[in-house]
Every structure is written in structure tokens, then in C-alpha cells.
Design a protein around this ligand. Structure first.
Ligand SMILES: [Zn+2]
Length: 309
């Protein structure tokens, strides 16, 4: 006999006051518990009791997108050392453990596949700027599909997988004492073609060497999973990094525009950010974290990564 899986539906209303402001943030949160997972969403409204203005934040989202609190989306990473793979396991979160956006986590991100804008603490300075930034990413996804970050990450993952296969084959060739001609015939011929299709060139003699100073147009790729590095040449990769940077900058610029527009309409979502340098301080902190993340993945001789510099 089949036992029907049990689903529990939870809902709650939270009102949090924004720091140094009269704004009230109203969150109507739904949470569905099922199969050791949960699925949450929230409806966000800003109310200014002084001017009696209300803003329904859903109106700023592309069609089908919804908000969700970061604290209600928790995952666990499991690393399988033998298979060298990473598994993402969702953890079930009960709505009873959520106390509203105030003092919640610092996470803001956009999930194109599940059409969600995930938010952290909106009551803090910079909270709404971050939210508007993620909303801009949602619009970028709607209009450009696979632009910037996702293209870069997909390319990087494909490339490191390929390079690790060649590196492993090189070790096998040494153990079995293959001649350079045999290695070329058995391994490199096919691999070089496939890399060329991706827009990547390698010189297999030096590609796993520990080289400190890169030559003209060379790029070092750090494989963060296997903790090793490879040397390649790829104009395509430089292009993907440039797109990624541009997408981030555009999303911040757009976020500022929306906040200024709302200010003119009588809703100030960032009362603590007054001057351009107030905005820049928050934005540079975020861009700098991308900068550091990318510097862990690649080092280029010609193209400097410049998210934050
Ligand atoms: Zn971003």
C-alpha cells in the first residue's frame, strides 16, 4: 500500500522597522514542508506611516519571480572525495525558526531557475540596495539569458574538468613511459581539438608547471576542487570575465536608479545612504568580494580582473 506523503503548510506575518527610518517592512511568508525539504516565498510591502505611502515590492519583479527569505533556504554541501564531486543537500527549515527579516542572515542572491530573489536583513543600511541589485539580475536573466556570471561559471567548470583529465592522462603517460608521439596520438589530438572549439589553447609541455610569472596572454586557472593550477591561453575567457564584470556594474547602477526614482515618488528605501560615496561604500564591499572570488579561480597576464579596482 502506498502511503501518501505528508505536506504541511505554514504561514506567518512579520512587521519589522527599518533602522533609522519610519519605514515598516511587512512580510507575508508561506512555507511548505514536504519530503524533508521546504519551499518558501514571501510577499513584501513597505509602509511609511508618516506619509501614508505603501509600496508593493512585487511590482518591481519580472513576471513569475517571487521573494524568499534566505533563512528559509538552507543547504548543506557534501564533498565526495573519491568521486571528487560536490552534492548539494537541502535542509528542511520550519517557519517557527524564522523571526522576520530583522537580524536575519546577510545573504542576498537571485536564483534564475526557481525565479526567486532571496533576501537577508532588509532593515540594515544597504539592505534595499542589495535587494534592488538582485532584482536587476532577475531582469538581466529575463532579457539576456545566460549572461555574465552563469556563462563564466559554466565555462570555468567545463574547462577545469577538461584540464584535469589531460593532467591525469599526462601522469598515466609518464608511468607507462609513453613517447611524446604516443601521448600526442592517444590523448592530445582529440583534446586539443575540443579545447580549440571552446576557445582555449594549451601547450601541454608547460600547462601543469609551477610558473610564477606568466608570459604574454597566458592565464593561470586554479582548480579550486583539486587544488592545482593549469596554464592556458584564451581570449574567450577574458571576454567572459569582462561580461561578468559589466553585468555586476550594470546591476548596481540600475539599483541606484530605482532607489532614486522611488525617492522622488516619496518612498525612501535607503534613508541612511545620502551621498554617492555612501552608496559606493556598500557597492565596493560587494564588488571586492567578487574580485577575491575570481582571483581564487584565475590569474591573467594581460587582462586584470577589475571588479573593485
Ligand atoms: Zn550581483
Amino acid at each position: 500500500m502506498e502511503i501518501k506523503e505528508k505536506k504541511i503548510f505554514q504561514k506567518a506575518l512579520y512587521r519589522s522597522k527599518q533602522e533609522k527610518s519610519h519605514n515598516l517592512i511587512e512580510e507575508r511568508v508561506n512555507n511548505l514542508l514536504f519530503k524533508e525539504k521546504n519551499l518558501s516565498s514571501s510577499y513584501l510591502i513597505i509602509i511609511n506611516p508618516e506619509t501614508k505611502t505603501r509600496l508593493d515590492l512585487q511590482e518591481l519583479l519580472p513576471k513569475n519571480f517571487i521573494f524568499a527569505p534566505a533563512e528559509l533556504r538552507q543547504i548543506e554541501y557534501l564533498i565526495d572525495k573519491e568521486k571528487k564531486s560536490l552534492q548539494i543537500i537541502p535542509i528542511q527549515v520550519n517557519l517557527n525558526s524564522y523571526h522576520g527579516t530583522k537580524n536575519s542572515t546577510d545573504d542576498f542572491y537571485e536564483m534564475p531557475l526557481s525565479a526567486r530573489i532571496v533576501y537577508g536583513d532588509l532593515t540594515k543600511k544597504g539592505g534595499f540596495l542589495s535587494l534592488m541589485h538582485e532584482i536587476s539580475h532577475a531582469w538581466q536573466d529575463v532579457y539576456y539569458e545566460n549572461f555574465g556570471q552563469s556563462n563564466f561559471e559554466e565555462f570555468y567548470n567545463q574547462l577545469t574538468t577538461k584540464l584535469s583529465i589531460i593532467a591525469a592522462a599526462k601522469e598515466t603517460a609518464q608511468e607507462r613511459k609513453w613517447s611524446p608521439e604516443e601521448f600526442e596520438e592517444i590523448v592530445m589530438k582529440g583534446q586539443r581539438e575540443e579545447l580549440k572549439d571552446m576557445g582555449v589553447e594549451i601547450d601541454e609541455k608547460i600547462f601543469t608547471e609551477e610558473i610564477k610569472t606568466l608570459k604574454e596572454s597566458e592565464t593561470k586557472i586554479f582548480d579550486t576542487t583539486l587544488k592545482r593550477s593549469y596554464i592556458i591561453k584564451s581570449e574567450k575567457l577574458n571576454q567572459l570575465v569582462a561580461d561578468y564584470e559589466r553585468q555586476e556594474r550594470d546591476a548596481w547602477a540600475h539599483a541606484i536608479k530605482v532607489l532614486k526614482f522611488l525617492r522622488k515618488k516619496g518612498i525612501d528605501l535607503e534613508p541612511q545612504l545620502k551621498t554617492l560615496s555612501d552608496f559606493k561604500e556598500i557597492i565596493y564591499r560587494c564588488l571586492d568580494s567578487y574580485q577575491k572570488l575570481l582571483e581564487k579561480m584565475i590569474e591573467s597576464s594581460t587582462k586584470k580582473i577589475r571588479f573593485a579596482r
